[in-house]
Write a protein that binds this ligand. Structure first.
Ligand code: HEC
Length: 196
């Protein structure tokens, strides 16, 4: 391939082009989670974030680019860019996950539950905000406490899961509620029939 008989400019050209090609190959499609496996919780959180939150949020440590890159091409479901937005303590992230963001209007609630939610929250709180521009008088994100969460118990895992299951019925039209109230009123006036 690169032989000693080749002129120096040719050798330099071949070497540089192979470096450029491999650099491009790395840039395309091989972006990976860049959290060390030696931190099992945040690493697992980053992998889950990459799978479940990537469509709407940008966070370089999870190799995701879902936030709007440009305000003019922004879509309503583009979520905050966590490269520049601080998300500490992690209870904030848990709140957002359980309620579908702070407004509850766009982000789907309970995309992840139980231990998955805790690991994702731990990851986001630890790694978000690292590219935030410094603001005079505001403490940099990395100096704020990440906080802790109670370990997931069987009870919390099911409550969170139950909440997710309950959500669709909560969106029933108000018409049904009115009917239910009417039926209740009608039954009220009646003498209870003894069940044999
Ligand atoms: C369908 C798009 C979508 C998905 C998927 C999504 N989010 Fe969001 N997220 C949003 C939007 C939009 C907002 C801002 C909405 C708001 O303020 O109500 C947001 C806000 C947030 C916030 C900040 C709270 C706030 O309201 O400003 C956090 C933290 C967050 N998301 C974490 C996550 C995590 C973690 C996941 C994956 C488990 C996730 N999001 C999945 C769209 C999404």
């Amino acid at each position: 391939m690169i032989s000693a008989r080749m002129s120096r400019p040719v050798r330099v050209l071949l070497l540089t082009s192979s470096v450029v090609v491999s650099a491009l190959a790395t840039a395309c499609g091989t972006q990976k989670v860049s959290v060390s496996r030696s931190q099992p919780g945040p690493y697992r959180g980053a992998v889950i974030f990459n799978q479940r939150c990537s469509g709407c949020h940008t966070l370089s440590y999870a190799a995701t680019n879902g936030s709007a890159a440009n305000v003019r091409t922004k879509e309503p479901n583009n979520g905050p860019n966590f490269n520049i937005r601080c998300e500490r303590p992690m209870s904030r992230v848990v709140y957002a996950i359980e309620n579908g963001g702070f407004s509850g209007a766009i982000m789907p609630p309970n995309v992840v539950v139980g231990q998955d939610a805790i690991d994702v929250a731990n990851f986001v709180a630890t790694y978000a905000g690292r590219q935030a521009p410094p603001i005079p008088g505001v403490a940099p994100c990395t100096t704020k406490p990440v906080g802790t969460l109670p370990a997931v118990t069987a009870a919390t895992a099911t409550t969170t899961a139950k909440k997710a299951a309950v959500t669709p019925s909560a969106a029933k039209p108000p018409q049904k509620k009115a009917t239910a109230a009417r039926t209740a009123k009608q039954t009220q006036g009646r003498t209870p029939v003894a069940t044999p």
